[in-house]
Design a binder for this molecule. Structure first.
Ligand code: NAD
Length: 505
């Protein structure tokens, strides 16, 4: 049966503006699929600049009252949101699996990591306390405090439809800002669910808004004079564009980009631990994670043994519908699945050895799903696009090197610097690696070193543009501006005229 032959018209996914759904009749529409079924299940409305303006206007109107609400009251709303989310996270996980394709347990995992940022952000009165210095000069005190920046835009990717927005909006809201979120058009319903839940938790209308769409919506946010800051997560070319365009428009901007994460395996490592870690980190969420391990760098003589151990484990993985308790789901769209699969042909052409070819997978799901099984490619030349480009799918490459030094040089010569890991039992080597590797997030015998919420998240080089990372104290810095106040209460004997530059004394 063809897609168009499905009887019911697909559900329409509207924007969320000023506390309610907003469904413009004349909107362009984008397709939303259930990747495990391979069918279009919904149409998402795409915003025009006018629709974006409507959302920004709502956020601008709501800002003064939300900014001036007492911290205690802001905390009550966010705490209630945390409780509702915790009670109803299964609903959100089902939405994520139905549009992204990741297995349900993994969808719950992403919600848990988002919730962790929310829980961190709930402690905002401590973080926003400011500083006070008494008597910096005779009878003069200085104090500083931080204020919200205003209307903040968040533009997020398809691969974490709940977690990535939650890296930003709990911190932005806690600090007293209002938010316009532009989620990925591929899986937009998680954002809508979160918006409705925030309203249910008592968030005033207009404080959190969602607009859907493509470049037109994003550009309208970038150019809007009332948008104070832009937080972006997505592929490197778009991140670079966003960074430049937002900066040119005078906005504060943080733009997190793509990745190619290496796992360096030293000969003394526990190879069973390494093989488990490589499989978990390479194929979890079908490799659609910015912190996925995509390259195993094996320092000889361990490569043959390691490839055998990884292959053995891959044979036990079940690819299929994420609602059926499988290990790995489909890819997000057919187009993305085909692009990822094309790298397997390229590997053959470039002289690599395709040890496991995911195109021959037999999925636990219907034939039309966007399936690609776990794939292992050995002896990948470092000049091949299989090595240099971000694949963003269940394709794990192995590169063989002769020494630790050769491995570190390889990692440092790459364009990206998001995450990396070293596997070894040698503490000295691990310490040296931390100092020598040019990457923002490092694991020692930990394959996906995503920092917890009270540390901040962000890569180096082409993996992040802008100097402020996501969440943690850096997140609060991004979403606030500091004021410093110098105070004197002079007595009747104040000193008269003195044109000198004020100094201490
Ligand atoms: P993407 O760059 O295609 O899209 C990201 C966002 O940008 C979406 O909201 C999309 O609608 C918008 N967009 C797309 N094209 C645009 C254009 N021409 N102009 C303006 N906006 C545009 O990324 P994706 O495919 O949704 O997500 C996967 C990518 O995100 C991968 O590269 C992955 O590494 C990266 N990612 C990075 C991190 C990180 O923390 N560094 C985290 C998650 C994902």
């Amino acid at each position: 049966m063809s897609e168009s032959a499905t009887a019911a018209p697909p559900e329409r996914i509207p924007h969320w503006i000023d506390g309610s759904p907003f469904d413009p009749v004349d909107a362009r529409l984008g397709p939303v699929y259930d990747p495990a079924l391979g069918v279009r299940t919904a149409s998402v409305v795409f915003a025009t600049p006018g629709h974006v303006d409507r959302a920004v206007a709502a956020a601008t109107r709501a800002f003064p009252a939300w900014r001036d609400l007492s911290m205690a009251r802001r905390q009550v709303v966010l705490f209630r949101f945390r409780e509702l989310l915790n009670d109803r996270k299964d609903e959100l996980a089902a939405i994520i699996t139905g549009q992204h394709g990741k297995v349900l347990s993994d969808a719950l995992g992403e919600i848990a990591r988002g919730q962790e940022v929310l829980e961190f952000a709930l402690g905002f009165p401590e973080i926003l306390k400011g500083a006070f210095s008494r008597n910096v000069s005779s009878g003069v005190d200085v104090h500083s405090f931080r204020e919200p920046v205003g209307v903040t835009a968040v533009i997020s990717p398809f691969n974490f439809p709940a977690m990535v927005p939650m890296w930003f909006f709990p911190v932005a809201l806690a600090a007293g800002n209002t938010v316009v979120l532009k989620p990925s058009e591929k899986d937009p319903s998680a954002a809508m669910w979160l918006a409705a839940l925030l309203t249910e938790a008592g968030l005033p209308d207009g404080v959190f808004n969602v607009v859907h769409g493509d470049k037109t919506a994003v550009d309208a946010l970038l150019e809007h004079p009332d948008v104070a800051s832009v937080s972006f997560v997505g592929s490197t070319p778009i991140a670079s564009y966003i960074y430049e365009a937002a900066a040119r428009a005078g906005k504060r901007v943080q733009a997190l980009g793509g990745a190619k994460n290496h796992m360096l395996v030293l000969p003394d490592a526990d190879l069973d631990l390494v093989a488990d870690a490589a499989v978990n980190a390479g194929f979890g969420s079908a490799g659609e994670r910015c912190m996925a391990v995509s390259v195993v760098v094996a320092v000889e003589p361990v490569a043959d043994t390691l490839v055998a151990k990884i292959t053995e484990r891959m044979a036990g993985l079940r690819t299929g519908d994420g609602r059926r308790g499988c290990d790995m789901g489909p890819l997000v769209t057919r187009e993305h699945r085909d692009k990822v699969a094309s790298f397997i042909d390229l590997a053959h052409r470039d002289g690599a050895v395709v040890v496991v070819d995911g195109r021959s997978v037999v999925p636990d799901g219907v034939p039309g799903g966007f399936w690609l099984g776990p794939t292992l490619i050995d002896r990948v030349p470092s000049t091949s696009k299989v090595y240099t480009e971000e694949i963003f799918g269940p394709v794990l490459s192995v590169v063989r090197v002769a020494s630790y030094e050769e491995g570190v040089d390889l990692i440092n010569s790459g364009a990206f610097g998001n995450g990396t890991a070293i596997f070894t039992n040698d503490g000295g080597a691990a310490r040296r690696f931390q100092n020598e590797v040019q990457v923002g997030m490092i694991g020692v015998n930990v394959p996906i070193p995503v920092p917890v919420a009270y540390h901040s998240f962000g890569g180096w080089k082409a993996s992040a543009f802008g100097d402020t990372k996501a969440y943690g104290t850096q997140g609060f810095h991004f979403f606030t501006r500091e004021k410093a106040v110098t105070t004197r209460w002079p007595g009747p004997d104040h000193g008269g005229i003195d044109l000198g530059f004020p100094s201490t004394g």
